[in-house]
Design a binder for this molecule. Structure first.
Ligand code: UGA
Length: 337
């Protein structure tokens, strides 16, 4: 099998590349702008990497797409602050650039495994989000936070329609707050410059107080990257049966914690287990900040986001195994040890 991974140096792409090389005999063709997260893959004989921009290297993509069995287009902007600050860049990259890839998969009859997102459910009030029955609830247009959610949602709908009407073979997967080593850059000092976990680790490293947006009572189901990658490997393998033309939530409903709890756990773990940072962690205060002050106008939050995972259980035989304490320790070991 030959797998084409666009965005191989990203958080998901780098872990997926490593896992494919370690656990399978598949070939990987890969592209990304940078290569710092895939240094362990670069010299591997089954890893064929080209440095480049997917919005520019159209001929390379067309040529390699025709030669592969399955495509994973993983390039996207995925930090909420960017949805508010640069909504058109989110639309151009996450939607337009990826639509082009989707259409080539239709043209060349290639299987596509596409990252949808937990964000498509938006402010859905269901106690757990179901791929087939939950409504997708977003806010007014002036709240540009939803441009990511709706760009992804429209791509989901387009991919589904190509599946129904033009025979596209696809799987959509929806990560629910995947985290782990190589998530985002903890040295990015900008508030909102990275997703919450790496933001908080960076705050502690720099001796800054932690900002809890609107008090931090909003909850997320944090899902360790190894669990997510295991689901992806099963999706890639299950070409003809379990994963064909389906949508899967890939999240950990057992680890549903508030953002305040996340901050407290981090602080406590660092104080207990990482002596070099323990004094800094002790001094950090948890501050309540208003979302408008933190993200600016155009932000709106999600209070509760719990995945139903019965489809993944039934069709992929998958369920998450790594609890939050283990996952946080592994992540902290990567960033701090
Ligand atoms: C994320 C991102 O949109 C994507 O990475 C992804 O598609 C999806 O959800 C996912 O991973 O499931 P969100 O969970 O809101 O959205 O993003 P984070 O930046 O990780 O923030 C989580 C929560 O922490 C938010 O409620 C945010 O307001 C809060 N937060 C963030 C703080 O309280 N303080 C901070 O300094 C940063």
């Amino acid at each position: 099998m030959k797998v084409l991974i666009l965005g191989a140096n990203g958080f998901i792409g780098s872990h997926l590349s490593e896992a494919i090389l370690a656990k399978t005999d598949w070939q990987i063709d890969a592209m990304d702008l940078t290569q710092d997260k895939i240094s362990s893959c670069l010299s591997h004989p089954r890893f064929h990497f080209t440095q480049g921009d997917i919005t520019q290297q159209k001929e390379w993509i067309r040529e390699h797409l025709q030669q592969c069995d399955v495509v994973l287009p993983l390039v996207a902007i995925a930090t909420p602050a960017m949805y508010v600050q640069a909504p058109l860049r989110v639309f151009e990259l996450d939607f337009e650039a990826n639509l082009d890839i989707v259409r080539q998969c239709v043209q060349y009859k290639k299987r596509i495994i596409f990252p949808s997102t937990s964000e498509v459910y938006g402010m859905c009030s269901d106690a757990e989000f179901d791929e087939e029955t939950s409504p997708l609830v977003t806010g007014p247009i002036k709240n540009q936070r939803w441009i990511y959610s709706t760009s992804k949602q429209l791509l989901d709908r387009v991919i589904y329609a190509y599946g129904e009407h033009e025979g596209l073979s696809y799987t959509l997967f929806r990560p629910f707050n995947w985290y782990g080593p190589r998530l985002d850059n903890v040295f990015n000092p900008k508030p909102g410059g990275s997703r919450v976990l790496t933001q908080f680790i960076g705050n502690i490293l720099r001796g800054e107080d932690i900002n809890l947006v609107n008090g931090g009572s909003q909850q997320r189901c944090f899902t360790y990257i190894d669990d997510g990658i295991e689901a992806l490997l099963r999706i890639i393998e299950n070409k003809d049966n379990g994963a064909h033309n389906k949508i899967f939530n890939i999240g950990n409903p057992f680890e549903n914690i508030s953002i305040r709890q996340l901050a407290e756990m981090l602080q406590q773990f660092i104080v207990q287990h990482y002596p070099a940072y323990s004094e800094k962690a002790k001094a950090v205060q948890l501050l309540n900040v208003d979302a408008k002050n933190y993200y600016g106008d155009g932000y709106q939050d999600v209070a509760l986001r719990v995945p139903a995972i019965r489809h993944a259980r039934e069709h992929l035989g998958w369920e998450p195994r790594v609890d939050i304490a283990t996952g946080l320790r592994r992540t902290l070991n990567y960033y701090l040890a």
